[in-house]
Design a protein around this ligand. Sequence first.
Ligand code: GTP
Ligand code: MG
Length: 137
Amino acid sequence: IERTLVIVKPDGYSRGLTGEVLRRIEAKGYTLAELQVISPDRERLAKHYAEHEGKPFYEPLVDFMSSGPAVFAIVEGHRCIEGFRALAGATDPTAALPGTIRGDLGRDWGLPVQQNIVHGSDSPESAEREINIWFAG
Ligand code: GTP
Ligand code: MG
């Protein structure tokens, strides 16, 4: 079965949107295989976001992601990587379509990084790489 790593980022967690995000994942028909609440450390965030190192939003992104607790979920289901990214909507929450998590629940707060509530892996290779960073065994 395909797996993806979903993160309810610190903005989503602190706004109390965890239940709403997990509800949408379950309502879509995917399975929550594992769940944990942790405050992401900068060392693992550097691995997770290695592809963005050097970009102007990289440091603000790591600062934001290490700012407080977040929820990490391993989500399972046939084509769940593509399916969750459709549920999440576009990266920019202002442009994300209504009906999506970011479009319904997110906005631009005028901050240096897009605070867009959720992360979802973008390929099977990314999913396995990211799951290995955040989940032991
Ligand atoms: P994730 O599911 O979080 O990986 O989102 P994504 O795949 O839609 O975006 P991407 O992997 O390209 O970027 C990771 C995160 O960096 C995004 O979710 C945003 O929080 C932030 N980000 C990406 N691009 C920009 C940008 O152009 N400007 C700003 N300010 N933040 C960005
Ligand atoms: Mg991404």
